[in-house]
Design a protein around this ligand. Structure first.
Ligand code: GDP
Length: 468
């Protein structure tokens, strides 16, 4: 994948208090890159993230200036804790992912309390200072570079003098960056920086040629997505880890979804097998269909598999650009009509080719993941049950007796599972279970996720598993 390669690069993060010159340095590095390298025109440009190439080595530079709000004055007395709050999530994520951090200070103002606090914050949160380069900016006269000595107090090594505004010293800084990246690569090896948070596992499945690779490429190429440069312990080599809005997401077995062999029947089968394998390891599936083509048995089979595995589902109706009369309602009806098991799945009409609205898909993934984790307490569910029984009395199944619900509780989350306990000789009609499921969804969310409700009788172990 072209974008995987492009984003799978060492990451350099520029950090420092307001007004030290972070964005000037960022622009300087990026500009240098553009003056020297012409073949990366077309690379995603972002106000605070860009690719830089220096002496044939490529890396990503991130300016935390745009994503941190440190503008309001923090008094000297304030503690590190306050800074932690201010260094917002996204900046923290960048700092953790960084291969190198350029900690920028300002020689014109000299060492300020805020610099000290931020240095402490860095030391505390990184637990190692090897990946920090202390950079003294606004050194306009290199003969007086001795003035920067006061920054030694930060105990972050020798300050490196530059002037981001004139560009002086920035070439040498780039050389140092390259050297350090090389050293770190051999020293760190395959370190796992994200072990604290479990990644959301997502697969992109569907028939050949519907646009899976194109969708994957637009996700990996999306400017707000960081593709993790380091292998993760919970992922296999062919999986790709990305970070979106500070959340790690593993795109499962994306290498298996290739353009190779899409036409012949045997290989087509193979593609579906790959889809199923990827599905096994995921909690969320993006099922891609070509909205210009009829939905087939194969698609329905995949939906069935998704439902059986209790994976969450987003239906991606791709190649929407080719549809002349764009009537989402009509197409939604057609899709849900073909997938009667998945009327709870959100449908997203898109064009992977134009890379449109990738953020919507990623936001949906985060939202669905939240829903999968919901845990509802017993009293909350009892209240809920009382209300819905009032709307609609439990309908009986085979038996003659009106069923009575004794208890309703959640027995599992991620994926959500509930239990309805009824009288030993009662039988609950399946449509009532569906009714409860729908009300649950209405009241608590569970976007895009199959809900299982198990009906258990008071005595005996003849419980039934009923989905929707
Ligand atoms: P895959 O086999 O599912 O991975 O499909 P690909 O991503 O290789 O796409 C198959 C073909 O459809 C390629 O020629 C793509 O350029 C094209 N394609 C993919 N997405 C779109 C889209 O949204 N609109 C249009 N018009 N073409 C698309």
């Amino acid at each position: 994948m072209e974008h995987t390669k492009k984003n799978n690069l060492p990451m350099i993060v520029i950090f420092g208090r307001t007004n030290v010159g972070k964005s000037t340095l960022f622009n300087r590095l990026v500009e240098k890159n553009q003056a020297l390298i012409s073949d990366i025109a077309g690379t995603t440009r972002d106000s605070n993230l860009n690719e830089v190439s220096w002496r044939g080595k490529k890396f990503i530079v991130v300016d935390t200036g745009g994503i941190m709000d440190l503008s309001d004055k923090i008094s000297a007395e304030e503690k590190i804790g306050n800074i932690e709050i201010k260094v917002q999530d996204q900046a923290q994520q960048y700092l953790r992912r960084a291969d190198l951090i350029l900690f920028l200070v300002d020689t014109k103002t000299g060492l300020l309390p805020m610099d000290k606090q931020m240095a402490l914050f860095l030391k505390k949160s990184l637990k190692e200072t090897k990946k920090i380069i202390l950079v003294a900016n606004k050194v306009d006269n290199f003969r007086r570079a001795g003035e920067i000595a006061e920054f030694n107090k930060l105990a972050l090594g020798e300050p490196f003098p530059i002037s981001a505004a004139t560009g002086a010293g920035t070439g040498d800084l780039l050389d140092l960056i390259i050297k350090k990246i090389k050293l770190r690569k051999t020293a760190v090896g395959t370190k796992n920086l994200l072990s604290e948070e479990e990644a959301i596992r997502v697969c992109i499945i569907g028939k050949p040629n519907v646009g899976k690779s194109s969708l994957l490429n637009s996700i990996l190429g999306y400017e707000r997505v960081i593709v993790s440069p380091e292998p993760h312990t919970t992922r296999e080599p062919q999986d790709t880890e990305i970070i979106y809005k500070t959340k790690p997401i593993v795109l499962v077995d994306t290498a298996g979804i290739s353009k190779k062999g899409t036409k012949t029947k045997g290989l087509e089968k193979h593609g579906i097998m790959k889809s199923l394998k990827a599905l096994e390891k995921s909690s969320i599936a993006l099922l891609v269909i070509d909205i210009n083509e009829d939905i087939t048995h194969q698609d329905a089979k995949l939906v069935e598999e998704i439902f059986e595995r209790k994976a969450s589902l987003i239906i991606i109706a791709n190649k929407w650009d080719l549809i002349e009369k764009k009537d989402p309602k009509k197409y939604s009806d057609y899709i849900y009509g073909s997938f009667p098991f998945a009327t709870w799945a959100p449908i997203h009409f898109t064009s992977a080719l134009t890379g449109g609205k990738v953020n919507k898909i990623l936001d949906l993934i985060l939202k669905i993941n939240e829903g999968r984790k919901i845990i509802l307490g017993d009293s909350q569910l009892n209240k809920f049950l009382l209300k819905i029984v009032k709307i609609h009395l439990p309908a009986k199944g085979k038996g003659t007796k009106k069923p009575h619900i004794y208890e309703f509780k959640q027995t599992q989350n991620n994926p959500p599972k509930f239990q309805l306990r009824i009288g030993s000789r009662d039988d609950l009609h399946f449509s009532y279970v569906r009714f409860v499921t729908n009300r649950l969804r209405e009241k608590f969310g569970f976007l895009g996720t199959p809900i299982t409700i198990e009906v258990k009788k008071n005595k005996g172990a003849h419980g039934r598993h009923i989905g929707e």
